[in-house]
Design a protein around this ligand. Structure first.
Ligand code: HEC
Length: 177
């Protein structure tokens, strides 16, 4: 028979607690959901009534562009545009990358770069990209155009979208004039 003295026994319990803690910490690190835009799990037999891309967003007023544009922070817009350039060329070179060339996007008909393979979600119509449409699209591309191949979560803050759109517009205007 094996006899434990109380110190060995205490050590074993401490080791077990440490192990449980480690498993728990690892579990939390792996499983803790962060700002999910889609349901994280699907329960068999239960239909989750979400549009593609997640829960509907609360309605928001459209900006009053005549005052929002002159007040926009173009420096902030330029900084935010850094999040686009991994996929989009914003310059006059108009090169397609993962996404279509974006130079002069304001007023340009949607999905109209001829040598870019758009998703059906974006090709559904060719209305021009207005300030309002861009503002809505960039809030959550997946909700705006379910099924779009643009893998970008969007900007929640209206001011960020205003600053970014103002930047995209002004840089294009500067070059055109
Ligand atoms: C991970 C890559 C990726 C990032 C990051 C990204 N986009 Fe896109 N974008 C795409 C793809 C791909 C498409 C084409 C989508 C489709 O066909 O459904 C697209 C399409 C677009 C369109 C429509 C263009 C057209 O010709 O109609 C706009 C506008 C746009 N992106 C703006 C932006 C802006 C502004 C940012 C930065 C905030 C951004 N995107 C970030 C990949 C990206």
């Amino acid at each position: 028979m094996v006899a434990f003295d109380s110190r060995q026994f205490g050590g074993a319990i401490a080791a077990m607690l440490a192990l449980i803690l480690l498993i728990r910490v690892t579990y939390v690190a792996v499983e803790e959901p962060r700002n999910l835009t889609r349901p994280a799990y699907i329960l068999k037999g239960i239909v989750i009534d979400h549009p593609a891309g997640g829960a509907p967003l609360p309605p928001e007023p459209l900006p009053h562009w005549a005052s929002a544009l002159p007040a926009a922070n173009l420096k902030a817009g330029q900084r935010l545009s850094q999040q686009c350039v991994g996929c989009h060329d914003l310059s006059t070179a108009r090169k397609n990358q993962i996404g279509p060339a974006l130079f002069g996007i304001l007023g340009r008909p949607r999905a109209s770069v001829s040598n870019f393979a758009y998703s059906g979600a974006l090709r559904r119509n060719h209305d021009p990209w207005t300030l309002d449409e861009l503002f809505e699209f960039l809030r959550n591309p997946q909700l705006y155009a379910p099924g779009t191949s643009m893998g970008f979560a969007g900007f929640q803050a209206a001011q960020q979208r205003i600053d970014l759109i103002a930047y995209l517009r002004v840089t294009a205007d500067d070059v055109k004039h």
